[in-house]
Ligand binder design. Structure first.
Ligand code: CP
Ligand code: NVA
Length: 307
């Protein structure tokens, strides 16, 4: 059975700890090294990761490709419309064929079910590069960013402001494993769907639901925002109106603890979910967070392929 990385909910806390520690080690081992140079140990020399995208991507695409280059291997990138997948070839057959060519597959999928089907039929590890349901690689980079700023996750309170979307689901999954407290501030009609919160709570996650963003952010250590209109949402105008009052701005950051960190997975929409003063201000960690996609994913790839 290959080791897939599909959801933080499926992976033991001790394994996630190994990945986070490895990500920090990998990052510090490269300080001062040119971006395109291969890591000294070149652990994936001769190995290839397929990168398949059903939706747009900047960070995920470039960070996975650079990760494979730095690990000594290579990546092949395709959109589903470049592939027979886009003309109706089944996900099952695609998984079986790609397994004969490459050593691992990263998929960004419109529907989470496409990812789980691919993983079920793949003989090589499959990594989730975002679906409509979750975005686990992102949260590993986010937690790395918090830890490198001196945070002990088990002492931290993180507050999510906005849509109960795919990124939010992975923060909830992570809370059950890594011990941070989580507050969710979403408009009532945009809460995280299904049993995600109940399941996380049953595994020990401390999650509070607080509708009002200013109340939710009181004394929090971390404020997190994401777009109000994710890829695949077709009701942009309604959403932008329904999320009035959920912008992370100076007033929200003022309610948070002194020195609170602002995170956003990017791409951001200044003036919508976040003010320019916050995302471009001193409390924002968004570009470290983006850079850490590279380091965290190298640790994820190592975990999937080798450990
Ligand atoms: N945060 C993130 O996944 O960015 P991309 O959509 O650019 O990959
Ligand atoms: N929630 C956003 C994240 C983008 C990285 C989306 O799915 O579009």
């Amino acid at each position: 059975m290959p080791k897939h990385f599909l959801s933080l909910a499926d992976i033991d806390a001790s394994e996630l700890r190994i990945i986070l520690d490895e990500a920090r080690r990998i990052k510090s081992a490269r300080v001062g090294r040119p971006k395109g140079h291969v890591d000294k140990d070149a652990p994936f020399s001769g190995e290839t990761l397929a990168l398949i995208f059903e939706k747009s991507s900047t960070r995920t695409r470039f960070s996975f490709d650079m990760a494979m280059r730095q690990l000594g291997g290579s990546a092949i990138t395709a959109t589903h419309s470049d592939m027979q997948l886009g003309r109706g070839e089944s996900v099952e057959d695609t998984a079986k064929v790609l397994s004969r060519f490459v050593d691992g597959i990263m998929l960004r999928a419109n529907r989470h079910e496409t990812l789980t089907t691919l993983a079920r039929h793949s003989a090589v590890p499959v990594i989730n590069g975002l679906t409509d349901y979750n975005h686990p690689c992102q949260i590993m980079a986010d937690l790395q960013t918090l830890e490198e700023r001196g945070g002990d996750l088990s002492d931290m309170t993180l507050t999510w402001v906005g849509d109960g979307n795919n990124v939010a689901v992975s923060f909830i999954n992570g809370a059950a494993k890594l011990g941070y407290k989580l507050r969710m501030s979403t408009p009532p009609d945009y809460a995280v769907q299904g049993q995600v919160i109940e399941v996380a709570r049953s595994e020990g996650a401390k999650i509070d639901l607080i509708t009002d963003p200013l109340t939710a952010c009181e004394n929090t250590d971390v404020v997190i925002a994401d777009t109000f209109v994710s890829m695949g949402h077709e009701d942009a105008d309604k959403r932008l109106s329904d999320f009035t009052g959920y912008q992370v701005n100076e007033a929200v950051m003022k309610a948070a603890a002194k020195g609170a960190i602002f995170l956003h997975c990017l791409p951001a929409h200044r003036g919508q979910e976040v003010s320019a003063a916050v995302i471009d201000g001193p409390q924002s960690a968004v570009f470290d967070e983006a850079e850490n996609r590279l380091h965290a994913q190298k640790a994820i790839i190592r975990w999937c392929f080798k450990v």
